[in-house]
Design a protein around this ligand. Structure first.
Ligand code: HEM
Length: 406
């Protein structure tokens, strides 16, 4: 086996400037199910090939979500009897019971109905910057869309959606040694906000998703206030920086590949959808999801023991030449494009995939048609995270234009 490149998939620094594609390529070719040491834990299997990631995603009976979806193990308070429940870290049958509560609001017909509203929000977001001729494409444009949309679905003011989304940024950020408690305080603040919504909707039902969840019944029991809070947190959290990063980092990729940008701009109606799938493959905003083996099993050429942590690297699967021709080429006309950006399939496949696509489409349509002469105006700053990939700041400039909404 050739010498391994320097490889530390736990180091957030390894993800600055994009995912470590050279290291992933080496792993796919030489050690596709790779044992990775963990200084403060037992270690984990890093799964980097497309077919193996799909096997883990689909194999929910063998690969459990209930022991955590991040590499570090959750602290004791988050496990066992009475611990807060969240669909993303639940197994069957509870997972299905939880997922069906919000499920109908995320199916294609429901998302299609929201289309005009999402388009109007996108126009309004661009109106907020277009007269200035410059902005931060992440905070001023891409980040607003998911927070507005989930706020509307939950029936809370748009400004509150933005404030809650800022809390999720703190929850996701790599712990700051000077404020190690910041993430926990942000969770508490989010749950306090959710508590207020829960009380209001219990007392006075409305026509929104918060009301459905506040009055939901699982297994004959009303959803507890804590379960409601965790559900609320997941919905705000899961669609936020993922969608944001796709729009901002996807725009960056197009600006870095002007011939691809010209192709999309040349036939927006014909090519925007294939371009979005290609940008999802290219950016892969979620770096990984973890599972835990519930029994001894075989993955690739490795024996996995019961209790082993198994980590699916979506960004690597999406550049696997065994699944995509010329995977290192950005091709906005690529079709078919069975990328794994929304997960490897199976019961946890992204609930918000249709919604995310709709938001991305509305936002990119506005960015590509209204921000004339769009260009990078300063070095984009990448997230230091081994979990979520993308730029967190991206100064851009363009020709000032006119607002189109009141
Ligand atoms: C570009 C945008 C997005 C990407 C790349 C993305 C990616 C993912 C991935 C990789 C998973 C885990 C799949 C698995 O473990 O098998 C996931 C789960 C999830 N996503 Fe998304 N997501 C996006 C947008 C959204 C949006 C807009 C929402 C809406 C609120 C959302 C809600 C969820 C939820 C609730 C889950 C957990 C589903 C479950 O456990 O059953 N996501 N997403």
């Amino acid at each position: 086996m050739p010498a391994a490149p320097t490889l530390d998939l736990l180091d957030p620094g390894a993800f600055e400037g994009g995912q470590p594609h050279a290291a992933f390529a080496w792993l796919r070719d030489n050690d596709p199910v790779h044992w990775h040491e963990e200084p403060d834990g037992p270690g984990f299997w890093a799964v980097t090939r497309y077919e193996d990631v799909k096997q883990v995603g689909h194999g929910a009976g063998t690969f459990s979500s209930a022991r955590g979806i991040m590499i570090p193990d959750a602290s004791g308070a988050l496990e066992g009897e009475g611990a807060p429940r969240m669909m993303i870290s639940m197994d069957a049958p509870g997972h299905k019971d939880f997922r069906r509560l919000a499920g109908p609001d995320f199916i294609p017909t429901a998302v299609r109905e929201m289309g005009p509203r999402i388009a109007a929000l996108a126009a309004r977001i661009i109106d907020g910057v277009i007269e200035r001729g410059e902005c931060d494409l992440v905070a001023d444009v891409a980040g607003l869309m998911p927070s507005y949309v989930i706020a509307e679905m939950l029936g809370i003011p748009l400004a509150d959606g933005v404030a809650l989304y800022d809390l999720t940024e703190t929850i996701h950020s790599t712990p700051d040694p000077e404020h190690p408690e910041a993430a926990m305080l942000a969770v508490i603040e989010m749950l306090q906000y959710a508590h207020g919504v829960w009380e209001e909707r219990r007392a006075a039902p409305r026509d929104d998703l918060s009301t459905k969840l506040a009055h939901a019944v699982v297994d004959g029991e009303p959803l507890s206030e804590l379960d409601f809070g965790m559900y609320f947190l997941l919905l705000v959290d899961a669609g936020g920086d993922t969608t944001r990063n796709l729009v901002s980092t996807g725009t960056l990729a197009l600006l870095e590949h002007p011939e691809q940008l010209a192709l999309v701009r040349g036939d927006l109606d014909g090519r925007l959808n294939t371009a979005i799938e290609e940008l999802l493959r290219w950016v892969s905003p979620v770096v990984y999801m973890r599972r835990t083996a519930t029994q001894a099993t075989v993955l690739g050429d490795k024996q996995i023991a019961e209790g082993d942590k198994v980590v699916m690297y979506y960004g690597s699967a999406n550049r696997d030449p065994r699944a995509f021709s010329d995977p290192e080429v950005l091709d906005v006309t690529r079709w078919p494009n069975e990328h794994l950006a929304f997960g490897g399939g199976g019961p946890h496949f992204c609930l918000g995939a249709h919604l995310g696509r709709s938001e991305i489409q509305a936002m990119l349509r506005q960015i590509l048609t209204r921000l004339e002469g769009l260009r990078i105006a300063g070095e984009p700053e990448w997230l230091r995270s081994n979990f979520i990939s993308g730029v967190k700041q991206m100064p851009v400039a363009f020709t000032p234009g006119a607002r189109i909404t009141a």
